[in-house]
Ligand binder design. Structure first.
Ligand code: GLN
Length: 493
């Protein structure tokens, strides 16, 4: 018998439409898997009742012959997306028990296309992190184990619940958000496909904000085809988000021809960095060879301002976060500290924020407030904005010569939980991904090989703004050529 929880969306869609399986049967298989997956701690909220109801509705649509691609497909949703009446707290105690009275645009789009919600997925607090160790729900454990050790590994972050749940077959696809790498890095660590669309392609309405000029939602899937299917539903032109681009959403799946003959692929020389393992370098070279074998031309390019991307990001992202997170004051949402006799409103704000936010979030708020303060604004914030323009210009110039850019997704495979205690060491995780957010471009990570320790490694492709169809097709061609098929050995449940 086929394991229903291991199917791709494309395969499940065909089986559902052919009435070989029902949405209810599929959903029950996943509800069972989610129950058995507690050791991974990927779900922070489980919603089996909602799932069963949505599956029933999906079966009715399937019976009526009105079934969009996601009809009856069970998904997990990152805790950053507001889901009506269901806890949405961004992995933070300050939003404890917050139940939004509205649904995010992305999840509304998914439910309108018939998808089924299995629950909410853990994440680093307010999406700040690269290891899922700052969540108020505790660490998420990767389903992967290294060959040489039994240490618990990170599934990456901040969307670590999303990557772990998908890799462990606790959802058929999941949603994530990516401000500096939080979809692509966890995808690389778990052998899954993670897509960050162009900024403005997917509405941010109803997604709890971290750094608004960088945040973008996207899917985690098993295959590039599934990524195209998910993006087709998640993307929309939205009146509720004035920065959502007024560009019609094309049929991304139709773009997957696998033909990339004559395409030009850039290899940025500045991405050869210290700390990159030999294995990573080899994986990258092999990826370039595969591109050539597929008929593409591989050329060296230069992105000269790359080295400034991470420092500039750690000025701009905290600056925006300090402003976005000012709203958590104990008045409007979630947690409010207990007050002592004589405490006034100032004490209420101070105590609430001191108790509600974790250490990393406090660090970002302090950095952000500092770089925006009078006297330092020009020295830090304005200079970082100027660097952002230069980084964007590097890409504009590169894309005059090439159609896509190939890089590793991360310098190394997944590390052990607890292994990185120095914040700077953690920030280095995003060295290859953060430039893409700074320039607002689409990027995708696909599983590309295994390390000597038996852990998955990813390659990143970066595309032109709003040309996700072309980017997905390039990734599709490379995916077919690589033929990655590893899955983690089951030790949980
Ligand atoms: N790791 C980066 C940070 O902590 C990126 C996070 C993200 O993309 N949400 O800011």
């Amino acid at each position: 018998m086929t394991d229903l929880t291991a199917l791709t969306i494309a395969d499940a869609r065909d089986k559902l439409r052919a009435k070989e399986i029902s949405a209810t049967e599929l959903t029950e298989a996943f509800i069972g898997a989610v129950e058995g997956g507690d050791a991974l701690n990927a779900y922070c909220v489980k919603t089996p009742e909602i799932a069963r109801e949505q599956a029933k509705a999906a079966d009715a649509r399937l019976a009526a012959g009105d079934a969009p691609s996601l009809c009856g497909i069970p998904l997990g949703i990152k805790d950053l997306f507001c889901t009506k009446g269901v806890n949405s707290q961004a992995g933070s105690n300050i939003l404890k028990d917050f139940k939004p009275p509205y649904e995010s645009t992305v999840t509304s789009n998914l439910w309108a296309d018939g998808a089924v919600m299995l629950g909410k997925l853990s994440m680093d607090e307010f999406a700040m992190g690269s290891s899922n160790e700052t969540a108020c729900y505790g660490n998420v454990v990767s389903p992967w184990r290294s060959k040489n050790s039994n240490a618990e590994l990170t599934p990456g972050g901040s969307s670590g619940g999303s990557s772990a749940a998908l890799a462990a077959n606790l959802a058929m696809a999941t949603t994530g958000t990516d401000t500096g790498g939080s979809i692509r890095q966890p995808a690389a660590f778990t052998g899954t496909v993670g897509l960050k669309p162009t900024w403005g392609r997917v509405s941010r309405w109803g997604i709890i904000a971290f750094a608004s000029s960088l945040d973008q939602a996207g899917p985690f899937t098993r295959t590039v085809r599934d990524s195209a299917i998910m993006l087709g539903s998640m993307a929309s032109v939205d009146d509720k988000d004035s920065t959502s681009a007024d560009i019609p959403v094309p049929d991304y799946e139709a773009a997957l021809t696998g033909d990339i003959r004559g395409k030009r692929i850039g290899i940025p020389k500045e991405y050869v960095v210290d700390g990159m393992t030999e294995e990573t370098k080899r994986l990258w070279d092999e990826g370039a060879d595969k591109m050539r074998a597929l008929g593409a031309e591989v050329v060296e390019i230069s992105l000269p301002h790359t080295k400034y991307a991470l420092p500039a990001y750690y000025i701009l992202a905290p600056a925006e976060a300090s402003s976005n997170l000012a709203r958590y004051d104990g008045v409007r949402y979630g947690h409010r500290a207990e007050l002592s006799q004589g405490d006034g409103i100032t004490e209420m704000y101070e105590k609430t924020r001191a108790e509600g936010f974790g250490a990393e979030v406090k660090r970002r708020i302090m950095m952000g407030t500092y770089v925006l303060s009078a006297g330092y604004y020009d020295a830090y914030y304005i200079r970082a904005q100027k660097l952002r323009t230069l980084i964007k210009r590097d890409f504009d110039e590169a894309f005059e010569k090439v159609d896509a850019i190939l890089t590793p997704t991360t310098p190394t495979p997944a590390f052990a939980l607890g292994a990185k205690s120095d914040p700077l060491d953690m920030y280095m995780q995003d060295i290859f991904t953060v430039t893409v957010n700074m320039a607002g471009l689409p990027g995708i990570s696909i599983p590309a090989g295994m390390s000597g320790d038996g852990l998955p490694m990813g390659l990143q492709l970066i595309g032109k703004a709003f040309e996700e169809g072309d980017l997905l097709n390039t990734a599709f061609a490379l995916e077919q050529s690589i033929g990655f098929s590893e899955t983690p050995e089951k030790w949980w449940g």
